[in-house]
Design a protein around this ligand. Structure first.
Ligand SMILES: NC(=O)c1ccc[n+]([C@@H]2O[C@H](COP(=O)([O-])OP(=O)(O)OC[C@H]3O[C@@H](n4cnc5c(N)ncnc54)[C@H](O)[C@@H]3O)[C@@H](O)[C@H]2O)c1
Length: 259
């Protein structure tokens, strides 16, 4: 019996690296997944991989900043399976151009907030009533260790948006605890994805970051998928309102190297 046997999951950004790794693991554990992404091809590729492994998933195209699109995607999920137990708000962006507020481009700031924060809130707006109807379940919001850590090379809009997700997580956990819904935030450090590799393209820049990781490596998509599964599953039946940092120990580390 899988750890998500029979559970229906609405998972955003499911065509991306972490969304795909999570979808594949959730499907292995018996979940049925609505793979939601603004890029239909990417969502369909994730679904193709799930089906090839004998799992159950559907691809839905939706931009999480578009209220009607989110409402329609949640309705399509209910129309397909009849109920919803888990929402994984994974869709998010981290543009390379996002730096300090003192150089802020307001449009870029707004776009990051619209996707990372408002997109998360909109999915909650339409999914949570169905999770209540199903007798409770779990919401997992993708934040980042940047919600808690400053950096000499700033990404201010991204960091602030991920901090807002932690605050929203706590508020929702309090509101919906009585409805048997657990709401937690997942806060990864750098995961070895192509996007993150581009950030550290210069080997010296990569080494500076790696020296700071007590576990000696960046994260893997599977590390994130395992924690997302744990937070989604009934194994965490009394865990709510928490922001769990998954960063190989970076946020515990004061010095990066000893002279
Ligand atoms: N990769 C990391 O190191 C890392 C670390 C901490 C947190 N995160 C967070 O994890 C999440 C996934 O990251 P990833 O590395 O898999 O990125 P990714 O770019 O591979 O995947 C993100 C997916 O979200 C989709 N998306 C973007 N905007 C959308 C929108 N408006 N509506 C619907 N879908 C949209 C994209 O099409 C893409 O498929 C993000 O929220 C990111 O901030 C990533």
């Amino acid at each position: 019996m899988g750890r998500l046997q029979g559970k229906v999951v609405f998972l955003t950004g499911g065509g991306g690296v972490l969304g795909r790794a999570s979808t594949l693991l959730f499907a292995q554990e018996g979940a049925r997944i609505a793979v939601v992404d603004m890029l239909k091809d990417k969502a369909e590729e994730t679904v193709r991989q799930v089906l090839a492994n004998g799992g159950d998933a559907i691809a839905l195209e939706a931009d999480v900043t578009d209220e009607i699109a989110v409402q329609t995607a949640v309705a399509a999920t209910i129309a397909h399976w009849g109920y919803l137990n888990i929402l994984f708000n994974n869709a998010g962006i981290m543009p390379h151009q996002d730096e300090s507020v003192v150089d802020m481009d307001v449009q870029r700031w707004s776009r990051i907030y619209a996707i990372n924060v408002q997109g998360t809130a909109l999915c909650c707006k339409y999914a949570i009533p169905h999770i209540i109807q199903a007798g409770g379940g779990a919401v997992v919001n993708m934040s980042s260790f940047m919600a808690f850590m400053g950096c000499i090379k700033p990404q201010d809009a991204y960091a602030a948006s991920k901090g807002a997700i932690v605050a929203l997580t706590r508020s929702l956990a309090v509101q919906f605890g009585k409805e048997n819904i657990r709401v937690n935030a997942l806060c990864p450090g750098p995961i070895e994805t192509e996007h993150v590799r581009q950030f550290f393209a210069d080997p010296a820049a990569r080494k500076i970051r790696l020296d700071r990781v007590p576990m000696g490596r960046f994260g893997r998509p599977e590390d994130v998928a395992e924690l997302a599964l744990f937070l989604s599953s009934d194994a965490t039946s009394w865990l709510t309102g928490q922001a769990i940092t998954l960063d190989g120990g970076i946020s515990c580390n004061y010095f990066s190297v000893l002279e």
